[in-house]
Design a binder for this molecule. Structure first.
Ligand SMILES: Nc1ncnc2c1ncn2[C@@H]1O[C@H](COP(=O)(O)OP(=O)(O)OP(=O)(O)O)[C@@H](O)[C@H]1O
Ligand SMILES: Nc1nc2c(c(=O)[nH]1)N=C(CO)CN2
Length: 259
């Protein structure tokens, strides 16, 4: 997404959520400093091109057994070690809190998209097992950026503000919709949205203690609207998988499948 186009949306989001744009910028500067001058390996993302991406959020539907079975079935069928056809590579992208479940299912995510707000043990475990950590700097995680970056191995920095050395802006806001923007940016052939239940209750794998419920709900509104916006121009085919317990259709996606 072109930065100038994103920036207009970011300004609207900042106003809606009452965010401090200066603090967002400061956080990105710290992240850039921590990552240093050695070029980030953007080669990590090359596997996304023409792939099938499972973009997994922490909505309540991932607590349902049939959704977990769906994730396992897709993984078993298309993961590089099982995929005989080699036509479509599978890439697993997980938003923050959902990494706990995905690791429990014995899947190592290719990418964990995080603002370091999720279960820290799961983030560390994913990183130790080889996941690329796509770490997002914003005005409300400055302390975590400064204290935790050195705990992770393969890191790519992101921001919702101006891009800086080793800190990229691929568009998107919450960890869930940023998975989808990242997959689109690196030209995924297909994006399967799972656990993106933006109209439902806050998922158990999302933050356990919600400090500000209204703020969290508003962030989910933003996420849903951004994905709707992306459906207007993306060339990736988008399929949303949800469960009948938590219907949260995103209009504009190519297919809505309710399990
Ligand atoms: N009902 C839902 N509850 C929670 N997360 C959801 C839901 N539906 C979709 N999601 C997506 O799953 C992602 C889970 O991420 P998580 O809540 O762990 O971290 P986050 O984006 O940093 O949120 P926050 O900082 O607000 O806690 C969210 O970013 C959101 O995009
Ligand atoms: N300033 C600020 N920016 C964000 C925040 C947040 O809490 N504060 N949360 C996000 C993920 O949900 C994404 N961006």
């Amino acid at each position: 997404m072109r930065f100038s186009y994103w920036y207009r949306h970011y300004q609207i989001i900042a106003k809606y959520l009452d965010l401090r744009i200066d603090k967002d910028f400061l956080s990105s500067i710290y992240l850039s400093q921590h990552l240093g001058n050695i070029n980030t390996n953007l080669h990590y993302f090359s596997k996304i091109c023409q792939s099938k991406v499972m973009a997994i959020g922490a909505g309540p539907s991932i607590e349902d057994k049939q959704i977990q079975q769906f994730i396992l079935d897709v993984y078993q069928k298309f993961s590089p070690k099982n995929n005989q056809s080699k036509e479509t590579n599978l890439v697993v992208m997980v938003a923050d809190g959902a990494s706990e479940l995905i690791l429990d299912l014995e899947i190592i995510p290719d990418f964990v998209i995080t603002d370091l707000d999720g279960n820290f043990e799961s983030l560390l475990k994913a990183s130790k097992k080889g996941s690329v950590m796509v770490i997002h700097a914003h005005g409300d995680n400055i302390e975590k950026i400064n204290s935790s970056i050195s705990d992770f191995d393969k890191i790519v920095g992101t921001t919702q503000n101006f891009p800086l050395t080793n800190v990229f802006n691929f568009g998107g806001f919450t960890d869930g919709d940023r998975c989808v923007f990242l997959a689109d940016h690196f030209l995924a052939k297909e994006i399967i949205l799972i656990g993106m239940d933006f109209d439902s209750r806050i998922g158990h794998f999302s933050k356990r203690k919600i400090m500000n419920y209204d703020f969290k709900r508003k962030k989910l509104d933003v996420a849903k609207n951004l994905i709707k916006l992306l459906t207007r121009w993306t060339n990736s085919e988008m399929t949303q998988i949800s469960s009948s317990n938590y219907p949260s259709p995103i209009y504009g996606v190519d297919r809505n499948i309710i399990l």
